[in-house]
Every structure is written in structure tokens, then in C-alpha cells.
Design a protein around this ligand. Sequence first.
Ligand code: BES
Ligand code: MN
Ligand code: ZN
Length: 502
Amino acid sequence: MQIDLISISRRRKPADLFFIGLFEGEKSSKLLTGLEPNFANSAEIAIKNKRFSGKKGESLGSFNPEYREASEILLVGLGSRAKFDSAALRDVIGKLIQVAASKKGKRVRILLDSFTGGKIQAAQGAETIAEMTSLASYSFDKYKTKKKEENDNAKGPEVLEILFTRSGDEKNIQKNIDFAQIVASGTLTARNLINEPGNVINPAKLAEEARRIGRGKGVRCTILGPADLKRLKMGGILGVNQGSKTPPALIILEYGASHKKGGTVCLVGKGVTFDSGGISIKPANDMEKMKYDKAGACTVIATIGAVADLKLPVHVIALAPAVENLPSENPQRPGDIIRMYSGKTVEVINTDAEGRLILADALAYTAKYKPKAIIDLATLTGMCAYTFGDKACGIMGNDRSLVEKVKKAGEQTGERCWELPMWDEYLETMKGHHSDLLNAGGKHGGTITAAKFLEEFVPKKTAWVHLDIAGTAWCDTPRSDCPKGATGFGVRLLINFLQNWR
Ligand code: BES
Ligand code: MN
Ligand code: ZN
């Protein structure tokens, strides 16, 4: 998507659509009178006659090929100015992009100043508009044989023009738009990878994609294959992948080694390219969705790519254990006792609790990098999806300050994290009889017991946060910022976190 920042005083050819915001109870602006007097006039009349008051959800449209700015203009109600924050702006822009798509508007113009003021500054507003426009225009149509225009789910304008007034701000606004476009493109990279089906992306293919994403940006890519994993005795990763015909991998992307003194951050992401449950097989219903069980891995990989594009001054390492969880003639069995990379032994009570087994090895392996912080992202438990839906992820950790930092990052990007307790009693049901640990506890508290299991493998005295993204990584009903499918949840949060890391 092309996004142009254009000064209001510059001559321009008409767009297909022009969006102007109006806060509740306010008069249509002088700016609009200058730009499009006829439309401004009729808007004034509509406001006087109470046909339009600027309430959230209201809109006033007009089509006239004679207009200078665009043949179609839409005045959009934003609600009260005092309450209008970036979450509200995100929401409005997402909806407007859908309107633009339904009208097949290719060149869309937006009057920045009419959406800012109050809580939102021009540069910040432009950033949100640019980011949301890219996110909301996304569709995954590479497997559609019809042309883009004929597809129901293809959408979004080709060009977005952001009209601004104050000339002094231009540099700042442009900087924020550039930033937003990199961040959004990172999110879309994650969505693209996650939406790929299991017959296309297996662990080796995911590793190849990770290498491609890091190429030419100063990202060091190391892929540990089956021989390495055996040498390192990564029993968790090897055990889960035992039933698959394709080899497992531990994908490692490293960026910013010269910033080590600021403290290394490790990002660990669950990469199950397909989760059938294994011998503890899942019901058929919804099983096709388990291609998104690699969302954590795709998120940390895409994040490194974006962080490198942004040249953030941080040392960050993404570790993505990648496996496929299938039954076969020689799969992992319930009751198997495996020895993990850390040396601990685990009895596999349920082969469908595989995420924690591969994450345990990757978490323990981070010790090698002496990280100041570890954040893992995993579609770990169905229970977490039941609890929060796609509205928040579960957050758990062993370090108050790190938990707070991650939560704050999520609040700023609109990716909510809701904390669950990590009381030690939750580990009780995971203690083994013939082994150190079991990979599954009882029926209850599943999201927390899974996190308690992971905690056992976190390097000593290292701050760690776990995000259970089982609910947030996928949306079943289209949202204003995302069509049905992978959401790319976490990329923006992680970038925001790393921006504020020192
Ligand atoms: N990948 C699933 C969790 C999941 C389920 C993610 C639904 C997204 C939507 C995970 O590997 C799993 O199967 N977890 C089990 C754990 C149980 C066997 C202890 C679960 O949640 O049922
Ligand atoms: Mn599973
Ligand atoms: Zn899984």
C-alpha cells in the first residue's frame, strides 16, 4: 500500500473518496469550507437540521463528480472530542477502510486534522491511520484463482493520501508514517506465514522463510536441524516431532549484537506447523485451524525482521522451535518418559500438550545468551481461548517489572494482556510419579498449569514472561482491523516493548 503525506496547500488531482471526521456537537470546520465549499455548505445545513451531529457511527455522504477533492465525500461522526483516543481512532479507520473497499475506492484521501486534536497529536494520528489502513486492507488470497478484483475478500485502497495543514510538523509526521508502515508490514508478514496451511509450511519450510525474512538486514540466522537437536539432547522437540515424516528445527534469529551492553532480550515462539494432537488426537471439529499453532514462532520471526528494518538499538534473539504433531506408526506415546534439554524428565500424559515440551527446550537453551529478559508467545491452551476469546491474551511471568512492561506495551498497541496468577500450588498436579514432571495436570486451571510447567525450564534468576495467544492469534469473525484468520497479534506489542527497552 502506498501512503502519501500531502500538504493541504499543494495542488492535487481528485481522489475516489475523501474522509473527514467531525466530533460530536462541533461545527463543520473552516478547513472543509476552504477545500470543498459546496459540501461544507450542505453539511452545515444537515447539522442545523439535526440530520447529522457527529455521534460515533453517524456519517453523511455525498457524491458529485464536480467536487475538487474527490467524487465522493464522507463526513464521519467521531463522538466526543474528549473521549476520542487512539483506540477509537484505530476503530474508526478500520471501519472506513471497509467502506472504501465496498465502494472500490482505489485512491482514498483523509483529512488528518479532522481526526486529531484533543488526545491525539498530528504525528501520532498519522501513525495510527497509516498502521490501521495497512492492517485493515489485508487479505490472504494467494490461493484464490480468480483475479483480485473478483474476490470477495480482496480489499483496501491502492493509495492513501493523508492531507495535513501545519507545515512545521511534516518531518515528524512522515517519520511516524514510515515507522507505522514497517510495523504493519511486520504484522502482515506474521499473518501471511500463519495463514499458510500445514501442507505448505512444515518446520524446514518455516526455517527457510525465517532465513529469507532476516536476509540482508544484519540478522544472523542459525537453524539447528535434527542432528544438532540430537547432539544437544533436546528431547522435547525431538519427542513431539517423532510422528512426523519431516524433520524438526530450532530456528534462531539474532539481531543487534553490538547492543549487548543494553541487555539481551530473547523472544521464544511456539512453532507447531500443524497440531493434530498426536496419539491423544483432537476431535475433527476445528482441527483445520491448528495450522495456526505456529503463530508464536511466526510472530517472533516477523518481529525480528521489523526490528531490523527499524534498526532499533537492541540485542534481540528469536528462538522458534518448529515441529509437526502427528500420529504415525512410530509416534510419541502417552506414558513415554522423555529427557529434556535441561536434564529434567517428563512423562507425556497427553501428546496434545506438546507446545510446552518444545518451548521447554527452547527456553532452557536461552541460558546460552544470558538474557536480561525472556518473552515467550504460544498458542498454548484452548482454555485461554475460551477465557478471553480474541480480546486479550493471558500473561504470566516470574518478574513483576517485566510483566508490567509487557502489559503496558500491549495497552499502547491495543493488544491487551490479562494477568493470571502463578501460585506454586498450580505446579502440584504437574509433579511426576516416575518422572520429574508430567506434561499435563488435571482438567482445571489449564492455562496456568501450562505456564507453571514452562517456568520450570526458564534459566535460573532470569526475568520471564509468557503470553498465551491461543485466543488472540486467530479471529473467527472478521474484525475492522483483520479479516477472518491469523491476526498477527504480538508483533506490534513486541516492537513497542523493544523500542522502550534499555
Ligand atoms: N495448540 C493447542 C492449544 C489450542 C487449542 C490453541 C485451541 C488454539 C486453539 C495445544 O497444543 C493443546 O492442544 N493444548 C491442550 C492441552 C491439554 C491437553 C493439557 C488443550 O488446551 O486442550
Ligand atoms: Mn496440542
Ligand atoms: Zn498445540
